[in-house]
Design a protein around this ligand. Structure first.
Ligand SMILES: Cc1cc2nc3c(=O)[nH]c(=O)nc-3n(C[C@H](O)[C@H](O)[C@H](O)COP(=O)(O)OP(=O)(O)OC[C@H]3O[C@@H](n4cnc5c(N)ncnc54)[C@H](O)[C@@H]3O)c2cc1C
Length: 340
């Protein structure tokens, strides 16, 4: 039986167009007209609705490649003098209130193909090889695999965002992370040329990977064992139950705001020690349920969230001596700041 298939998986929460954004066919940069085939271009595109924190101003332009060809052409022809931001599911980003004064490359909307490349055929070859676009939702991918009887990525079923974002962050949960399941990746360099790499090329460590500046993940191959769909479903149920009992999933957040220190107490324990559980700045709050989740109580500004982040860090340093690093990326008008 040939199980090889090409399936398009839709994101559960594809953003809707809002009144303020404008679809365009071309992009005017420094009096030069740019055209990107196989791409949608949106001017003044709200970013808050494209992040899980629901915070931040608009992008000057948002470009959505609709195929891998469109993505390669776009990446090759982006203007060198404009800030560029790669956006997956926006589940690990704090966008500032003034928005992003450049081009946001939105991978979430259309690059969502999943293919089964290889299936276990005899005792020596006991793995599936799955290939998926960077824009595929990690949750959708986990459920696609479950239905096909492919095990090994149940941990992704509760992690929002895209496969590309999950590689960049080396996302993980309950003892497993992306580096454990990747066989190879296709990255595009600054000129849009594809390169096939393996995980050790990217130095993937706890919530971090070293993707060269100006490169992006275009697609990923995963090596996964077969499993029983019903057993995988139960495993996902158990993990999701654990999550919902310990995390404030009813509020917009970016998951864990701070990384756990290399050694010693976990970030939430340090925040508790500093007495910051439940602390508020405007509509930003350190969650009562999980103190490493900083939540948007409704209409929160990036300014207030940033103040709460700074105050929490300061309080932790003062009371425990630990300097917490951010897990989330901070996007200002012209770029992205991350803490490794
Ligand atoms: C409720 C909740 C629970 C969470 N639980 C977990 C958890 O258990 N474990 C965990 O690890 N994380 C967790 N997170 C954080 C987040 O979901 C992960 O970090 C996720 O993998 C980010 O993916 P994304 O597509 O949303 O990336 P984005 O937030 O869009 O981007 C994150 C970074 O990746 C870069 N990027 C995106 N796509 C690409 C690409 N194709 N190539 C190169 N760079 C790219 C961006 O530029 C940015 O630097 C949680 C978040 C929420 C809201």
């Amino acid at each position: 039986m040939n199980l090889a298939s090409k399936t398009s998986v839709k994101l559960e929460t594809r953003p809707e167009f809002s009144d303020s954004e404008t679809r365009c066919t071309t992009l005017m940069v420094n009096k030069q007209e740019l055209t990107f085939p196989h791409c949608h271009v949106i001017a003044n595109a709200p970013l808050a609705t494209r992040t899980t924190w629901r915070i931040g101003g608009p992008a000057r332009w948002l470009v959505q490649p609709t195929s891998q060809t469109g993505l390669q052409h776009l990446w090759k022809n982006l203007p060198a003098d404009l800030p560029i931001l790669l956006l997956g599911g926006g589940s690990n980003l704090l966008i500032n209130d003034d928005g992003f004064d450049g081009i946001v490359v939105d991978l979430v909307s259309y690059l969502d193909n999943i293919k089964i490349i290889d299936t276990p055929t005899h005792p020596d070859k006991s793995f599936f090889i799955i290939e998926a676009d960077a824009g595929v939702s990690t949750r959708a991918l986990a459920h696609f695999c479950r239905k096909q009887g492919i095990d090994g990525i149940s941990f992704l079923a509760g992690i929002p965002g895209t496969l590309g974002g999950a590689v960049k962050m080396n996302a993980g949960a309950y003892g497993k992370e992306m580096v454990d399941v990747i066989s190879e990746l296709t990255l595009l360099d600054k000129s849009g040329n594809p390169h096939i790499l393996i995980p050790s090329d990217l130095e993937m460590t706890y919530r971090s990977s070293q993707i060269p500046a100006g490169w992006m993940v275009a697609s990923v191959r995963l090596k996964l064992p077969p499993g029983n769909p019903e057993a995988i479903r139960n495993q996902i149920r158990i993990l999701n139950k654990k999550r919902s009992s310990s995390q404030p999933l009813g509020y917009p957040s970016a998951g864990s705001t701070f990384k756990n220190p290399d050694q010693g107490p976990l970030a939430w324990q340090l925040i508790d020690q500093a007495g910051y559980r439940g602390k508020k700045v405007g509509q930003a709050q350190v969650s009562e349920k999980h103190s490493n989740f900083l939540i948007n109580l409704g209409g929160c500004s990036a300014h207030d969230m940033m103040l709460l982040i700074d105050q929490t860090r300061h309080a932790v340093a003062q009371s425990t001596g630990f300097h917490l690093k951010l897990e989330v990326g901070i996007v200002d008008k012209i770029g992205l700041r991350t803490e490794n």
